[in-house]
Design a protein around this ligand. Structure first.
Ligand code: ZN
Length: 751
């Protein structure tokens, strides 16, 4: 079994990738459009449009839109598609509907029509941009029943705009009518939509449409408040998701009927599943059914690194597939700091590093500008160099199969039914902590949905479940099969302790694999400092190394310490006798004044780490101490190192990529027919975790070793950024090469 498995698993090369390598197409085999069509003009727009420009028009733009300036810009950044406002909040064309607010400066002009014609003549794909859940007071006065209401009957407002109800006539009739009008009159290739899903999980609409529709659907009244324990709220959550997915399908029916089968309505999506969930945009349902994902994930937030963009790319592609495109609206105005300066230019290094991380994870550029007039002309130069590079090298940047033998799982059930309004702490931080730790330690990994464990298992050596507490029996069965067939597992926190509805089980569903059982108790809390029993303690906890002089490989690098800093929450578990417990909890104690700083209870039997290596199965590491969440929060180096150690320990083979040399790097490897493609993004920068990067600082030399599939013996390594070739030498079953200098990023093609 192991021999058979390891051949299938070799380097994570799937049957699909093998088919692609031998000239066939994985996509065709799965009934999707043939990837080879992506390189010729016959491919549908959503498979061939790889660089986008969006001029996000405002009410005054019809008076001064400079067509020459923007068509020149399209050429300079090698745009293949444009996204331009058509209707919704504001109509930029003469709509026949009196309730469709026309741009203040529109007059007799048909600005959308003009831009659509100019872009069409330039051979560009055109998406009509909508914003379909808000409108003006005049419409509210004329049609008060179209709008969302709070429990007191007051309308929801944002600034001067009123929020419509997603169950009312605006969404059911008006928007489809607008979509048909635009599709029939202008024949855009498709539609995007900014705020299509309306109110989110924290705001119940009590309008008459919602009251009656919810009663019909659920046989109960709307929930009185946001309360995840309330059956009515839980029913409302499910009903609200289903409604948004129904709207997605209904808008697509309208655009397909009026604009043809390729005229897709694509809404917009966030790059982080929990953010999708907050808006009832079901990430799995939407990414599974979309032919392309238009990603509204414009910039990093303060405190985040650039690699956040690569994490988004992997997460979306994990569901969407890697043979499809994920353009990302990239803000070229000054953000994400607050306030955002929507009319000022972002420094080029900040935009470049964000976009380069995205490109390394299969994201395509979509340069986003607010307003047609740009007083800060620098904004129209920022993207030019990188966008031209993308155009010259695009064949290597799309339709690739990732080579990553570590999979990190997530699910919307965990976000909602376990997270229950606290997903940022309970589910997002653990996932981010694992992702950041693997990235920091240059371990290639992929994101996968918890329903895809069976599907993706042949490509994986190690599965990581970062506090994947809510798991269905089927998901647990897939994980069990994976470990029984030799796959390694790293599980943290309360993984598998709840069912898919968030109901707590008596024990971990995966207890047999983990070699550990739940006791129903825990120490510490998700809140950390607030729960400290010591007035000045602040969660001053540690993990004690229990091993003697010979330490297990999982603790490599910690030879000179008997403790590791902790500061998180421990699920108290009872380990099976055969399991190893290399770390135990040291509970909270005062951290001030210095005279008081001594461990009140220096040793306990509470496991912080459990290692379980049953014969004939893969290795399993369980972290009842939630170091992943701690690393996502604090980036304490020991936490990241331990997570990386556990992943390497659980994997029976070395990682397919090793990169040596100083610097903060984000690395990715892909396979295309007859070649491997390596991305190294250099994030070494004083602004690595705080905007704004204002200069690029080179690193190098970097020594790279790549394992090679048996059918690939590359003889050259072309550098797509620095140019020329890197010397490439055989090294066992792989190749070695040196990158002398990487400024912002390098892409190496080995063939
Ligand atoms: Zn309503």
């Amino acid at each position: 079994m192991v021999g058979k498995l390891s051949r299938r698993r070799f380097l994570g090369v799937t049957a699909g990738a093998a088919a692609a390598a031998s000239g066939g197409s994985a996509a065709t085999a799965r009934g999707l459009p043939d990837a080879s069509r992506m390189t010729d003009g016959s491919a549908p727009w959503f498979l061939r449009t790889r660089r986008w420009v969006q001029t996000n028009l405002n009410e005054q733009d019809p008076a001064s839109y400079d067509a020459g300036l923007w068509s020149d810009y399209w050429t300079r950044v090698r745009a293949q598609g444009v996204i331009v406002n058509a209707g919704g909040i504001v109509a930029f064309y003469p709509s026949r509907f009196e309730w469709h607010h026309r741009a203040l400066a529109l007059g007799d002009r048909d600005l959308f029509g003009e831009i659509r014609t100019a872009a069409g003549k330039a051979g560009l794909t055109v998406l009509a941009r909508m914003d379909s859940t808000r409108t003006y007071e005049g419409v509210f006065r004329a049609h008060p029943d179209w709008f969302a209401r709070d429990s007191k009957g007051e309308p929801f407002k944002g600034g001067e705009l009123y929020t419509v109800c997603v169950n009312g006539p605006w969404v059911n009739e008006c928007i489809p009518a607008i979509l048909r009008e635009i599709a029939e009159r202008y024949r855009p290739d498709g539609f995007t939509d900014n705020s299509w899903s309306g109110l989110g999980q924290r705001q119940v609409c009590y309008c008459d449409h919602c009251r009656s529709a919810f009663r019909r659907a659920a046989s109960m009244d709307l929930p009185a408040r946001v309360d995840w324990e309330d059956p009515a709220y839980r029913a409302w959550i499910r009903w609200s998701y289903a409604r948004r997915t129904e709207i997605w399908d209904a808008y697509n029916r309208a655009t397909h009927e009026a604009g043809g089968p390729d005229c897709h309505w694509l809404g917009m999506c966030q790059g982080e599943p929990s953010r999708m969930c907050e808006d009832f945009r079901d990430p799995y349902a939407i990414w599974s059914r979309s032919p392309i994902v238009m990603l509204d994930w414009q910039a990093r937030r303060t405190g985040e690194g650039f690699e956040t963009n690569a994490i988004a790319g992997k997460t979306v592609h994990g569901v969407l597939g890697w043979d499809k495109l994920v353009p990302e609206s990239t803000a070229l105005y000054l953000g994400p700091t607050r306030p955002m300066f929507r009319k000022a230019a972002k420094p080029e290094p900040e935009a470049r590093l964000w976009a380069a991380c995205g490109m390394a994870a299969g994201i395509q550029p979509w340069w986003h500008h607010l307003g047609a007039s740009q007083d800060d002309r620098r904004q129209l130069r920022t993207a030019e160099r990188l966008s031209r590079w993308h155009a010259e090298n695009e064949a290597y940047l799309v339709d690739r199969t990732p080579i990553a033998t570590v999979g990190v799982a997530w699910s919307e059930a965990n976000i909602d039914w376990y997270g229950r309004g606290e997903s940022a702490t309970r589910t997002v931080a653990p996932f981010a902590g694992v992702a950041e730790a693997l990235g920091l330690h240059r371990i290639p990994w992929r994101a996968l949905h918890a329903d895809h464990v069976g599907r993706d298992a042949p490509e994986l050596d190690v599965l990581v479940l970062p506090n994947l507490a809510a798991m269905s029996d089927a998901q647990c069965a897939a994980v069990r099969r994976f470990v029984e067939e030799g796959g390694g597992l790293v599980a943290t926190g309360e993984t598998s302790l709840y069912d898919e509805e968030g109901r707590r089980r008596a024990d971990f569903a995966l207890a047999d694999l983990l070699g550990a059982h739940a006791t129903g108790e825990h120490r510490g809390s998700f809140e950390g400092a607030a729960a400290s029993p010591w007035a000045s303690g602040d969660g001053h906890t540690y993990l004690r190394v229990t091993a003697g002089a010979t330490r297990p490989p999982a603790l490599e690098g910690f030879e000179e310490t008997e403790i590791l800093p902790f500061g998180g929450r421990v699920e108290i578990v009872r380990a099976e006798p055969e399991a190893e417990i290399p770390l135990t909890l040291v509970p909270d104690s005062p951290q001030s004044p210095p005279e008081n700083v001594w461990m009140r209870e220096p040793r306990t039997a509470f496991p912080g780490l459990v290692l379980h290596a049953a014969a004939g199965r893969g290795r399993v590491a369980t972290l009842p101490a939630d170091l992943d969440r701690c690393f996502g929060r604090d980036r304490i180096p020991d936490h990241g190192r331990l997570i990386a150690n556990l992943v390497r320990w659980a994997s029976r083979r070395p990682m397919p990529l090793e990169v040596e040399g100083p610097g903060l790097l984000d690395v990715h490897v892909y396979r295309q027919a007859g070649r491997l493609i390596l991305h190294v993004v250099n994030l070494t920068n004083p602004a690595a975790f705080r905007p704004y990067a204002t200069e690029l600082l080179p690193v190098g030399p970097l020594r790279v070793r790549l394992a090679m599939p048996k059918d690939l013996r590359p003889v050259r390594a072309r550098r797509l950024v620095a140019g020329g070739e890197a010397a490439c030498t055989a090294d066992g079953d792989g190749v070695a090469l040196t990158l002398e200098r990487v400024l912002d990023h390098e892409v190496v093609v080995l063939e």
